[in-house]
Each structure stands twice: as C-alpha cells, then as structure tokens.
Design a protein around this ligand. Structure first.
Ligand SMILES: Cc1ncc(COP(=O)(O)O)c(C=O)c1O
Length: 403
C-alpha cells in the first residue's frame, strides 16, 4: 500500500483513468473541428442527413411543447412510444417485444450501444467485431472493460464479415459478436445467407449478438435482414436501432434497444443512474415518426439513391475505385492508386481543394487505403466535390507516375 510520503514523491500521476487513456479521440470529430474553422469547404465528412426532420414530425414536437410536455419520462421511455415501437417492430419485422419489459428508449443508438456492452461485459471479456467499423464499437467495448477482437473485412468480399473468420477468433473469453449492417463506413449490406452462418456460430458457442441496425431503412435494391428475426436468434440478440438516420433526426437523440427482459433490465439500471431518460421532445417526435414517417423516409431513400449512383460513378471515373455500397449513405473508394495514406489524402484534399472526407484508417486498420465519402449532401455539392477531387487525383497520380 502507498504511504502518504511515497504518494507525495510520485512525480506525475495522470488525472485520467488508465482505461480512458487506452482510447483515442474519434478520427471523425478531428476533421469536423478542422472544417468548422475553414470557409468554402464541401463536406462529405460527417455522416448525417442534409435534410431537416420532416415537418410533420417537427410539428408534433412543437405542439407537445405548447401543451407543456417538458418533463422527465419513465426511465424506459414514454409508454406511448414503447407501444408504438412494439407495434412497428411486429408489423415491419414480425418481432414481438413487450413494451413493458423488452424495449428501452435511449439517447441515440450511441447510448444504447454503451449500455449494451456495459450491461453484459466482465473485465477482459472479448467482443468480436468487423474491421473497419463504426468508430464507437471498439472504444465502447474498451471503456466497458472488454477487449475488442477485430475481424478484417475486405473489398474483395464486399466488406462482409465471415462466419469462419469469427469462429477462428472465438476463445473462452468471447462474450459477444458486435455487427452493424448496413455498415458505416463501407455501405456494405450482409446477405441473409451470411448472417445465418454467423447465427450458427453464435448458437454453437453460446454468444450474444449486438446488432446495430441504424441504417436498416437505407438500402438500395437489396433487402435488409434484421438479425433478431433469424431462427432462434431473438433471445440472444440485443437489437439496436434509432431515428437519427432514416428520419433525419440526429439532433433529437432518440434510439432504442430491444432484447430479452433480463438484458433490458440490466441496461435500464445503468440508464436510470446515468441518463435517467431520453429527452421527452424527441420521444414525442419519434412517436409521430413511427406513426406516419414512412412516406418521408421513402422520399429521402429515393434521393440518397440518386446521389449514391452519381457519387460511385464519379469516383470510379476519376480513378478512385469504388465498391458499390448497397446501404447507409457512404461510399468507400480506394485511394491506393495515389500512393498516399488515407490520412494524408484526406488532409491534403481538405487543404488543397477544400473537400472534406474521412480517412478510412479512422475506422480501423483495414480502412487504410480508403476514404469515406458521405453522399447525404446535395447533388450540386457532390458534383463540385467530384470535380475538385478529379483535379487533385490527377495531380498526385502524375507525381507518383501512375496512369
Ligand atoms: C453505425 C452507427 N451506429 C450508431 C450511430 C450513432 O447514432 P445515434 O445518433 O443514434 O446516436 C452512428 C452515427 O453515425 C452510426 O453510424
């Protein structure tokens, strides 16, 4: 044990916990902050819709404010929202979740993810996840005392995570598999067949699945498979989803978790002490989104699809080979032909041509050699960004002597 004297003699004691020091700040935020200090930048950087929330949803929230709905809600979330959500999941996914014990309304999927890993992990438990993946996955697991185990995914196999690769990494410390498809940053969608193979691994090794399906409604010409609908998977899946992306509601901060009642009770325990409840205005807006947001989502999806086609074709035309993303609103082209690292590419592109993209390396090692371009922005901006990128790529490909 340290005495007072030996404690005083210590030269430097970090005020920050060892666990937090293991985690780096998000590579996305870094670029976001840089862009905010510059003028004339076209941002393909931050992953959020360029639409405002559909008017009927905003109006429902405004009306509720007028009526004085400004208080806390139950920890689990507004009963009306949980009932509506339960109905929605039954109608759209054929899943039955009790609104009283199997659904928890959270402050975005961000909070739901944090609660999920904190609720299930003991120190040193391993969580298997794809690489590249959304920046929070790895950090949330580390902050919860777990160990992220990365499974490389490759463009050649459509950035899908393979069940064999997962199985090869299962140890007696493995607690869960964390997946998020449609994927950020690649736009990959997993086929039902491949998900069934993952379900088989989960079943054989008795693993939990955390499935972040925040982009489930943003798919183009393919079907999204909800993991919890796979045979025998509902009980062992923590299904996360939210309103930020499909309904253009990033600022309202509403997400949810659907899982068995033991897990929801555990997540609620953390939520009640740390967050108490999600904001009531957002919850009221979410009720309206579920009740009558379908047409607005369909319109936005149609528009994203138009932009996706322009972005992917444009990137390929300028020599940045781009895998066809079938979901979310990201293109993930290879920049290997320029000879730069993805961070160099993103920094120079921002400084020289004022186009902001996110380096693929921000999403893990396997993202090196790629950049993430978000196409949830106007067609005019996408076209201008592509023409600036064309000039930039031509300059550097010449410098390193590529055709
Ligand atoms: C895959 C993924 N999951 C979760 C989130 C966080 O979403 P929310 O706004 O619901 O917290 C994001 C945001 O970019 C995301 O891309």
């Amino acid at each position: 044990m340290l005495t007072h004297t030996s404690r005083r003699q210590q030269k430097y004691r970090s005020p920050i916990s060892r666990r937090l020091r293991q985690v780096s700040p998000s590579g996305i935020r870094k670029f976001f902050d840089l862009i905010a200090s510059m003028e004339g930048v076209i941002s393909l950087g931050v992953g959020e819709p360029d639409y405002a929330t559909p008017w009927h949803i905003r109006e429902a929230a405004i009306y509720s404010l007028e009526k004085g709905y400004t208080m806390y809600t139950s920890n689990l979330g507004l009963p009306e929202l949980r009932q509506e959500l339960s109905r929605y999941l039954k109608d759209n996914n054929g899943l039955e979740y009790s609104p009283d014990v199997e659904l928890l309304i959270t402050v975005g999927v961000s909070e739901a993810l944090d609660l999920a890993v904190r609720a299930i992990l003991n120190p040193g438990d391993e969580v298997i996840m794809p690489n590249p993946c959304y920046v929070s996955y790895n950090s949330c697991v580390t902050l919860a005392g777990g160990t992220p185990i990365m499974v490389p995914t490759y463009e050649e196999s459509n950035f899908e995570i393979s069940a064999d690769d997962i199985e090869a990494r299962v140890t007696n410390k493995t607690k869960a598999i964390l997946i998020g498809y449609p994927a950020n940053p690649t736009g990959a969608v997993m086929s039902r067949e491949k998900l069934l193979q993952i379900a088989d691994v989960a079943r054989r090794y008795n693993l939990l699945i955390i499935s972040d399906e925040i982009y489930s409604q943003l798919v183009y010409g393919v079907e999204h498979t909800c993991f919890a609908t796979l045979p025998e998977m509902k009980e062992s899946t923590i299904f996360l989803n939210g309103f930020s992306k499909a309904y253009a509601m990033t600022g309202w901060r509403i997400g949810y978790a659907a899982a068995n009642k033991e897990i929801i009770a555990a997540m609620t325990k953390i939520h009640q002490y740390t967050m108490l409840c999600a904001p009531i205005m957002g919850q009221v807006a979410a009720v309206e989104a579920l009740k009558s947001g379908k047409d607005s989502v369909a319109e936005m999806v149609e528009d994203y699809n138009r932009r996706r086609l322009v972005m992917v074709k444009g990137l390929n035309d300028i020599g940045l080979h781009c895998f066809e993303p079938k979901g979310a609103f990201y293109a993930f082209p290879s920049i290997k032909s320029t000879g730069m690292t993805s961070e160099e590419f993103a920094e120079r592109l921002l400084m020289e041509e004022k186009v902001a993209v996110v380096p693929g390396s921000a999403f893990g090692q396997c993202g090196e050699g790629y950049i993430r371009c978000c196409y949830a922005t106007s067609l005019a901006d996408i076209e201008e960004a592509l023409s600036r990128m064309k000039r930039f790529v031509a300059k550097y490909q010449k410098v390193i002597g590529l055709p």
